[in-house]
Design a protein around this ligand. Structure first.
Ligand SMILES: C[S@@+](CC[C@H](N)C(=O)[O-])C[C@H]1O[C@@H](n2cnc3c(N)ncnc32)[C@H](O)[C@@H]1O
Length: 215
């Protein structure tokens, strides 16, 4: 775990461990069909995504992985900072040879080799991460994506209360925006090929879907 981010990770990275896991994951699982059909699939299908080596990042208990498997990846890597979630997924997807697992330290993608990923996918997780952590991951995307590989990031578009606790913000959104993510993507030599601001839980324009592509 990077020393300079330890304070943030201690505060935030282990959210959705056992304490709140069951209530969140059970509810989230029930919403997956409508979120996938209503929001995710219409957005990602607008791009020429190569699913051959897909990463379901901050996979939780794998509800997105079920949908990603329908896209027939040769390899689907489930990655999360929370080992309990990975253990849950190991049972859920046991016997599916395309599925692999990778730990993460909460701020880097060091388990993923350079140029290995054709599609990086992250839904309903980075919305909560501190901006400093999101920036770390954006930097790593440039390294892990293949040439012409895509990254789908669902992130916060909430810029009220800078510096405040994200737990006090609507739906626990952390400070971030469409423009901030585009800025750091471009600075890290990633092309912003699409962005769509979306409503979440009745709050208008709270989130953003961003699709990045490596040159
Ligand atoms: C709200 S859950 C969403 C899980 C899944 N994406 C879904 O849609 O069901 C957030 C997930 O992010 C993971 N997480 C939290 N902080 C993280 C970090 N810094 N790096 C990677 N994963 C993290 C948690 O362990 C949890 O599995």
């Amino acid at each position: 775990m990077p020393d300079d981010l330890t304070h943030l990770l201690k505060r935030e990275a282990y959210l959705w461990g056992d304490d709140v896991a069951d209530s969140y994951h059970e509810r989230a699982e029930r919403s997956m069909d409508s979120q996938w059909g209503g929001v995710v699939s219409p957005f990602i299908d607008g791009f020429d995504v190569d699913y051959s080596c897909t990463v379901d990042f901050a996979c939780g208990r794998g509800r997105n992985s079920v949908k990603l498997l329908e896209r027939k990846p040769d390899r689907l890597i489930l990655m999360d900072v929370n080992e309990e979630n990975l253990a849950f997924c190991r049972k859920r997807f046991s016997g599916i040879s395309a599925v692999d697992y990778a730990s993460c330290d909460g701020a880097s993608l060091s388990e993923l080799p350079d140029g290995s990923v054709s599609f990086f996918y992250c839904f309903d997780a980075m919305v909560h991460f501190d901006l400093e952590i999101v920036i770390r991951y954006i930097r790593e995307l440039r390294r892990v994506l293949r040439s012409k590989g895509h990254a789908f990031i669902h992130h916060s578009n909430y810029t009220a209360s800078p510096g405040g606790s994200f737990r006090k913000n609507p739906h626990w959104r952390n400070f971030n925006s469409k423009e901030i993510v585009a800025h750091f993507a471009v600075k890290n030599q990633l092309k912003v090929v699409g962005q769509q601001v979306i409503n979440w839980g009745g709050t208008s324009d709270l989130d953003c879907l961003t699709m990045l592509r490596r040159y």
